[in-house]
Design a protein. Structure first.
Length: 255
């Protein structure tokens, strides 16, 4: 969803929400105990986004799921923009942290890629949210620290280290979006890729001329047979990740 992006709300209120700040509360004064926590609110909103997509997450719908009035929910979260940041930061905080196969940087970076892929599989809506201005909450900072440590000792400058991580995460996000598109096509047509191509084989044979497009015909047939369809998310991820690592290896070797 191109319209959804992080850090679209009020920065001060967002940071206060994410870090649990109470600067506006006067010393010695306490209000009535709140019936819900921001953690509960985030959990409900995330479950809703996982099941129905981030479009389904509205302040009214989340309040309904929590048994609150919409106005009551606003006493916890300023608005939808801040709620989205809370959701993202919560997901980041609970992202898997897998153990790499060995101490080499390639194994550590592969673990980071796999962990982010698992995050996107569990929460497909995350890949559709623009995070060019990320929510600077504790979940994001812990995630960033974990990911940067995978490159430590590889010989990159700090600037290149940050760029290498950005490059890696961009690749994983692209794979996640394409995998989500493939799942959506399968659900909409009620067919696997293999079933769809088989069902439309006669029509495609009438419009596609293999003599005019010989390379496309040969390569497309080989890929289709290997993957059981035009696209395999697993193969694209494995192949692409190896190329990303090879490119970083060349950069590191040049240092």
């Amino acid at each position: 969803m191109a319209s959804d992006r992080s850090s679209a709300g009020d920065p001060a209120r967002t940071l206060a929400l994410l870090w649990g700040l109470t600067a506006e509360e006067k010393p010695g004064r306490r209000g009535p105990r709140q019936a819900r926590s921001t953690g509960e609110i985030a959990t409900v909103a995330i479950a809703l986004a996982d099941a129905e997509g981030v479009d389904a997450v509205t302040m009214r719908r989340v309040a309904q799921e929590l048994g609150l009035s919409p106005m009551a929910l606003y006493t916890y979260v300023p608005g939808k923009a801040e709620l989205l940041d809370l959701m993202l930061d919560t997901v980041y905080a609970t992202m898997p942290r897998s153990t790499p196969a060995d101490e080499g940087w390639r194994s550590r970076v592969t673990a980071v890629a796999d962990d982010n892929r698992a995050l996107h599989r569990a929460h497909p809506w995350v890949a559709a949210v623009s995070t060019s201005r990320p929510p600077l909450g504790p979940g994001l900072m812990a995630k960033y620290e974990y990911e940067l440590r995978a490159f430590e000792g590889a010989g990159l400058s700090d600037v290149d280290l940050d760029a290498a991580l950005t490059h890696l995460l961009g690749f994983v996000q692209t794979c996640a979006r394409m995998a989500a598109d493939e799942r959506a096509a399968r659900q909409d047509s009620a067919m696997t890729d293999e079933q769809w191509w088989a069902a439309n084989a006669d029509l495609l044979a009438r419009v596609f001329d293999p003599e005019r497009y010989p390379v496309a015909a040969r390569v497309g047939a080989a890929a289709g047979e290997a993957h059981g369809g035009a696209y395999s998310p697993d193969h694209a991820y494995a192949f692409g990740l190896a190329r990303v690592l090879d490119g970083l290896d060349a950069l590191i070797a040049g240092r």
